[in-house]
Design a protein around this ligand. Structure first.
Ligand SMILES: Nc1nc2c(ncn2[C@@H]2O[C@H](COP(=O)(O)OP(=O)(O)O)[C@@H](O)[C@H]2O)c(=O)[nH]1
Ligand SMILES: [Mg+2]
Length: 388
């Protein structure tokens, strides 16, 4: 079924989009829209945009509320297979699909009081981003279920602030909040590499923003279940690591680990009596595979949508590294027989030489031209949604 929801604004340009990422929040949709409409009034310059990754009937519930016309409501439903980068991906898809001057991002479970939205919007006159913080003034993180989640949230907040002292630490007490208002044009969407669930951290860490904060009390979830999990925690650490470390340093880390794998395998094979040249070749193949898998996951993960498929990338990577292995072998032999170095030490030397060459090849050839694609801005007047 295809349905067209009402246009958000006939009055003029859209001032604010209230962007609500939702995952199975059917029971919260209507209450949220009603409470938003009560404080935002019907100025026609504010819309609610649900960016939905649900597997339940949330899209239908949004469509119902939209038809009632309480206020302009738009739905961007991402069907299975298109739900890239989870919560952060949903927020950045929403940012991309609006041309409103301001975007207020908030949860769909009423843990973020809708009544604060007008205040956030007002404060944004003097800032690029207004953060609703649980950790400033009268703010309160009480709605986080249990002491354990409170301490996890508190310590990850400190960690994030410590990692980015200037852009985050000094200016923002709650970079992990999902409740904030941002001047849309202050965000360079090309720069975002959304992953995990902390989009505000991503935005702050990648821009020099004028930040302002308002305290707020984090409520308890209205209906449905939280998506917090161990997996989210690991994602957060990964997000923090990749935000802090550029591609080259992650590549170096993977290469460093690969070198250790290479040398360990070679030493082990020599220890059981394998001739050192054969040991060097086997060690090289194993470390090539190791490096490929690690870099796919941790270095070039955001660039997978490019012109080559995974097998083709693997093939190129293997081909290049084997040429490199073949070129390194005579150097290895020369070092061992000429300079009488221990084979493992000589291998370490050839690997160090090859590192620079390898980075140049991989970044210039294998992953060339894979900048993240940014779609055109979808006009806000009409949004066609698929409703299953
Ligand atoms: N679109 C989208 N929304 C999500 C996803 N995961 C969580 N959400 C929404 O993000 C908001 C915060 O999630 P929640 O589970 O309440 O996290 P918590 O408040 O930290 O427990 C809620 O509105 C969820 O419905 C996702 O993968 N995609
Ligand atoms: Mg919640």
């Amino acid at each position: 079924v295809t349905a067209t929801l009402p246009a958000p604004s006939e009055v003029g340009a859209l001032d604010t989009t209230v962007l609500v990422p939702t995952f199975n929040e059917g029971d919260n949709v209507e209450v949220l829209v009603r409470r938003l409409a009560a404080v935002l009034g019907g100025d026609g310059r504010t819309e609610v945009l649900f960016v939905d990754d649900s597997t339940d009937d949330t899209p239908q519930r949004v469509a119902e509320v939209a038809r009632r016309g309480i206020m302009p409501v738009r739905l961007l439903h991402r069907p299975a297979g298109e739900r890239v980068s989870g919560l952060s991906g949903a927020v950045s898809a929403g940012l991309r699909s609006t041309d409103a001057t301001y975007v207020v991002v908030m949860d769909g479970d009423l843990q973020h009081p809708p009544e604060l939205v007008p205040e956030l919007r007002r404060a944004a006159e003097d800032a690029d981003v207004v953060v609703a913080s649980r950790y400033t003034g009268d703010g309160d993180a009480g709605g986080l279920a249990g002491g354990w989640r409170r301490s996890v949230s508190g310590s990850s907040t400190l960690l994030a602030r410590a990692c980015f002292p200037r852009r985050v630490g000094r200016v923002c007490t709650d970079p992990m909040t999902g409740f904030f208002c941002v001047l849309r044009e202050a965000v360079d969407l090309q720069r975002l590499r959304p992953r995990g669930s902390k989009i505000l951290l991503e935005i702050l860490a990648r821009h020099d923003m004028r930040v302002c904060e308002l305290p707020f009390a984090f409520g308890t979830r209205n209906a449905g279940d939280s998506t917090a999990s161990w997996c989210n925690g690991l994602h957060f650490l990964y997000q923090l690591g990749s935000l802090r470390m550029g591609r080259m340093s992650r590549f170096a880390l993977v290469g460093g680990l690969g070198t250790l794998v290479n040398l360990a395998v070679m030493a082990a094979l020599i220890a059981v009596g394998t001739p050192y040249v054969i040991a060097a070749v086997v060690a090289a193949e194993i470390s090539i595979l190791h490096n490929f898998l690690m870099q796919e996951r941790f270095v070039f993960r955001d660039l997978h949508e490019g012109r080559h498929g995974r097998w083709s990338r693997l093939l190129q990577f293997f081909a290049f590294n084997n040429i490199e292995t073949v070129l390194r072998l005579p150097v290895l032999v020369a070092l061992v027989s000429g300079l009488v170095l221990f084979p493992v030490a000589a291998q370490a030397l050839t690997l160090a030489l090859a590192f620079v060459v390898r980075f140049l090849f991989v970044s210039r050839v294998v992953y060339r031209g894979r900048a993240v694609r940014t779609g055109p801005v979808v006009p806000t007047s009409v949004q066609t949604v698929r409703i299953r």
